[in-house]
Design a protein around this ligand. Structure first.
Ligand code: UD1
Ligand code: UDP
Length: 356
């Protein structure tokens, strides 16, 4: 049995491609859902749209502090892994669910494969950095989305277990985007996502993000993560957000709708690791609202441009970048994240190393 451990929106999107590939090859698999994300539009919708089988268990670990979520997930994962006794555990990305899975599986001496291994931002104030480093070092086989991640793993002495497969999110993106031709949209809005702790833990920071949106002027469509909505409400900023006349806030949307929206965007404004990378798949440049260099190649070719909403100079610079943004034809988009066949390469590597 191969057991996938997931719990967050981007993990369902990554899981879809690898599950399908392993299934095609006849491997027996099941899924542990930590429950870190639990709203219908943060979880169920992805299982339905991407045709992922139902998890064998949902641990309901969501909705607490880092330690609460991680600890609850660990206790549940341990019980399940002792029952299932898988030959391999597969972990995805860098969330608290990933960390919980890594610590438990490693101590039960179950081999671990880590999908999206190697990205680094260089500082522990980014909570995901702690999860990434610990998970990579506890895993037995590492799948990197890009060359920079491979180089990071090499620097940390993990080269012998690392494979450069490309980004599995590109596999899922192509599976969905390939279902319909990319049509010219009637409107080319700015598409925004906003949820990271660094951008929601402080009222002044949130206010400055709303001001940035206002100053962009064009229509901004923001499917809003529940954390962000809650923080705006808690800080008494919800009315302020609704008064930003060019900002359309919606509930989180499914992946099919999200792909369509990104394909219509003239610019993407985000603090999401996944969305900032997907901007290059979908043909819209990216204003990135975090001070971290996670997709260095996109920054190098000026596809991804960092903005600090609290710095006047940085905002002025971002407004210049935004004013020049326009949709980019498929053949001119950067191609740093593989060929859309990451899942097949992962299965091949797992076989080569006798993990499956
Ligand atoms: C988590 C990950 C982050 C990832 C993101 C993907 C960690 C440390 N962070 O951040 O790396 O980018 O998932 O989206 O694991 N909430 C709901 N309903 C839900 C999910 C969350 O209401 O379905 C609210 C709850 O108030 C919850 C808060 O959002 O406490 C934060 O959720 P959490 O999973 O802890 O962090 P994310 O911001 O989603
Ligand atoms: N996404 C989605 N609906 C939304 C917002 C995001 O389907 O309303 C997708 C997005 O296209 C990407 C993934 O969710 O594939 C990214 O998840 P998120 O931004 O929550 O996490 P991160 O990538 O920052 O860890």
């Amino acid at each position: 049995m191969i057991t996938h451990i997931v719990g967050n929106r981007p993990q369902f999107i990554k899981l879809a491609a690898l599950y399908r590939e392993l299934d095609k090859e006849g491997y027996e698999q099941n899924i542990i859902h930590s429950g870190q994300h639990y709203d219908e539009n943060m979880s169920d919708v992805f299982f339905q749209e991407l045709q992922i089988p139902a998890p064998c268990v949902n641990l309901a670990a969501g909705g607490g502090s880092h330690a609460q979520v991680t600890a609850k997930a660990m206790v549940g994962i341990e019980e399940e892994l002792l029952r299932i006794k898988p030959r391999l555990v597969v972990l995805y990305g860098d969330t608290n669910t990933t960390l919980a899975g890594a610590v438990v599986a490693a101590k039960l001496c179950i081999p671990i494969a880590h999908v999206e291994a190697g990205p680094r931002v260089g500082h522990k104030s980014n909570p995901e950095e702690c999860n990434r480093i610990a998970t990579d070092h506890l895993s037995d086989v590492l799948f990197s989305p890009d060359q920079i991640s491979m180089d990071n793993l090499r620097r940390e002495g993990l080269e012998d277990r690392a494979f450069m497969t490309g980004d599995i999110m590109f596999d899922t993106y192509l599976a969905i985007a390939g279902q319909s031709a990319e049509e010219k949209a009637q409107e080319e809005p700015i598409v925004m996502t906003w949820h990271r702790q660094e951008n929601t833990a402080d009222r002044t920071r949130m206010e400055s993000i709303l001001r940035l949106v206002e100053r962009l002027g064009d229509r901004v469509i923001c499917p809003m993560h529940p954390r962000t909505r809650k923080c705006l409400q808690d800080y008494g900023l919800w009315e302020r957000a609704q008064a930003v006349s060019n900002l359309d806030i919606t509930d989180p949307i499914g992946y099919v709708e999200m792909v369509k929206l990104m394909q219509s965007a003239k610019l993407i404004l985000t603090d999401s690791g996944g969305v900032s990378k997907e901007s290059s798949f979908a043909g819209a440049k990216c204003l990135f609202m975090l001070d971290m260099d996670i997709w260095g190649d996109l920054a190098r070719v000026d596809w991804l441009h960092k903005v600090d909403p609290q710095s006047e100079e940085s905002v002025a610079d971002a407004l210049r970048f935004a004013s020049q943004a326009q949709r980019v034809a498929i053949e001119k988009r950067p191609k740093f994240y593989g060929d859309g066949h990451a899942a097949a390469k992962m299965v091949q590597a797992l076989r080569e190393r006798n993990f499956i």
